[in-house]
Design a protein around this ligand. Structure first.
Ligand code: URA
Length: 195
């Protein structure tokens, strides 16, 4: 199966209850041959409306991290989430919530296939849910970030989710968490240059 065939299949997905409340499936986007892949948690309001991952405030910060931090174009990397449909409290479309275990179980095979098809050299997991899912750990992001891990022989660098950065000091100034993310991205640059 190709990535676009998988995207087409996902666009008709009914495997979990989020199918009944979504506006659009947010499959992921970017270079199918990307050497670097980012994995977030799940679509929010803006992503559900546009069908594209990371386009809201957190997404704009992620774009700056890619362009200004990694000196790459957003179109050069691949961006996906653990779940492809927006989880909201009571399915009412007002307040976002993290995906529940059933939703992750139903949706994860799409992500697993995306990773297999793209086969990036490096994966950056953004925040706890993506990191814990990929690394099969209950350990928290503070402990895991800044160090290399592996998933099916692919190098994985966990770092803070951009939403977490926005909640802790915003996108202004040089906060300690932001410095940590810059540090982690430097490790990613070094790794990509080596490979
Ligand atoms: N947060 C995520 O984890 N993913 C998105 O696509 C947008 C915000």
């Amino acid at each position: 199966m190709t990535l676009s065939e998988l995207a087409e299949k996902a666009s008709r997905c009914n495997l979990c209850k989020l199918a009944s409340t979504r506006t659009q499936v947010v499959f992921g986007e970017g270079n199918p041959q990307a050497r670097l892949m980012f994995i977030g948690e799940g679509p929010g309001k803006d992503e559900d409306a546009s069908g594209r991952p990371f386009v809201g405030r957190a997404g704009q910060l992620l774009t700056r991290i890619i362009e200004n931090g990694l000196k790459l174009r957003r179109s050069e990397v691949y961006i996906a989430n653990i779940v492809k449909c927006r989880p909201t409290v009571d399915g009412l479309g007002k307040r976002d919530r993290p995906p529940d275990a059933d939703e992750v179980t139903a949706c994860a095979p799409y992500l697993v296939q995306q990773i297999e098809l793209i086969r990036p050299a490096v994966i950056v997991t953004l925040g706890n849910p993506a990191t814990r899912f990929l690394l099969k750990t209950a350990e928290g992001i503070t402990k895991l970030r800044g160090k290399w891990h592996t998933y099916n022989d692919i190098a994985v660098m966990p770092t803070y989710h951009p939403s977490f950065l926005l909640r802790n000091g915003g996108d202004m100034g040089n906060t300690p968490y932001k410095r940590d993310v810059w540090h982690d991205m430097q490790l990613v640059i070094n790794r990509l240059e080596k490979n």
